[in-house]
Design a protein around this ligand. Sequence first.
Ligand SMILES: Nc1ncnc2c1ncn2[C@@H]1O[C@H](COP(=O)(O)OP(=O)(O)O)[C@@H](O)[C@H]1O
Ligand SMILES: N[C@@H](CC(=O)OP(=O)(O)O)C(=O)O
Length: 470
Amino acid sequence: MAYSLLVMKFGGTNMQDARAIRHSASLAARSIREGVRVVVVVSAMAGVTNQLLQLADAAQTGDIARANDEIAAMRTRHFTAAQELGAAPDSPAVREIREMHETLRQAVYGVYLLRELTPRSRDLIVAFGERLSAPLMSLALEQTGLRARHLTGGEAGILTDAHFGNARPLSGTYERIRDRLSGLFAADVTPVIAGFMGETEQGALTTLGRGGTDFSATIVGKALGADEVWAWKDVDGVMSADPRVVKDAQNIGVLSYGEVMELAYFGAKVLHPLAVTPLQESGIPLRVKSAADPDFPGTLVQAQPHEEEGHPVKAVTAIRSVSLVNVSGAGALGVPEVVSSVFAAIARANITLLMVSQSSSMSNVSLAVPSVDEGRTVAALRAGITGELNVEVQGGVAVLAIVGSGMRGQKGVSARLFTALAAEDVNILMISQGSSELNISVALDGAQVDRATEAVHAAFGLGTAVQAAD
Ligand SMILES: Nc1ncnc2c1ncn2[C@@H]1O[C@H](COP(=O)(O)OP(=O)(O)O)[C@@H](O)[C@H]1O
Ligand SMILES: N[C@@H](CC(=O)OP(=O)(O)O)C(=O)O
């Protein structure tokens, strides 16, 4: 297909050092030279986002020496990359990188003085990863002879609500992005957008949640009516399981938006769970592509599911570090107001519910929540529920899910799942099947999750399922 406009997203691994950045730039340059307009969206260098989160925590607890050491190490890493990409020590790019590290240092010092790390200051600090890698990508593109200009998410027009740490785009963002980028295209300049972030109407920096650069790219893709959004990764595409867990995991040629969202929601780190949502209305496809093998078609994510006979299940995935919170009390939960107070308490505390099940006797509701939210869940329930209820917690759990639209109406899928788990002696703690029939999920002991994933992958023959994308 001849493309006229592509949005290309490069992840942390594709930005991890000068060599990787140069290669990523060459992938964008290849399309630009073929006459395609390309918008580049970049993540932080691999590991930098975690480092920023850790150094912000260190400052909050009073360990400013450790925070400053980390900033110094990070500065060396960015300077080295800039130098290897041909920037002179007194060049504007190096000056800009130096100034950004200085602003970062001041923001972190503020956290240390106040011993307070609000979601808003955490966002400001953590977004420096992407803000620092964008000038490196501009340098690499310029080295190939192209003109490039880097922008923060806010400068590129990404406007969000004020939900710091998990912000969502506002409807006005799309027109704003078009306005902000049109001048660059007219001047033949390739925009390089720092992913993962936006800004509120008041100009405060927000982030879109971990893995949010995929989301930035699709927001820009929708705004510009791109032909496709390409997410370049260190894997062949979306695989039938996490390749770090299942050695014979296979690339999936085609997935629907719904399937990929389900996979991402249930722990497949390969894409942000909301990444495809901006594309759904306009039907713009997303392609997950391998930077190591650019001619391989990767995974095409589109509106329509691609159903192959014999392969009702396309992938198996897992969320680790889950806790089960069991709310019980004879009779009490049969009363609708009590059940509603349980969910209202969870909603008020803004806790993600991974699974829910209610016993048919109505004396028990089990909730699966991320373990990091375990304490908050119990506190929210104790403060918010009416009636005499017991709240018990079981940590160290994982949720395993099988995903595929082909499951719809296919008999025997759950039987096969449960047989595979029983054969591995895995005890199932909770079961749920969405009415959309895109997934079946089970909670199990976290220590057994890798073994269970491999067994389920083998039971559905996923190690041999190969489909080619168009
Ligand atoms: N089903 C899956 N398919 C592909 N990769 C997966 C899957 N599940 C988990 N992963 C992991 O996701 C990683 C890619 O995601 P991530 O590192 O966030 O990408 P990037 O930083 O390049 O955007 C892979 O290295 C892989 O280990
Ligand atoms: N750097 C951010 C955003 C992101 O999308 O990164 P990556 O593309 O490397 O997953 C994070 O680690 O969450």
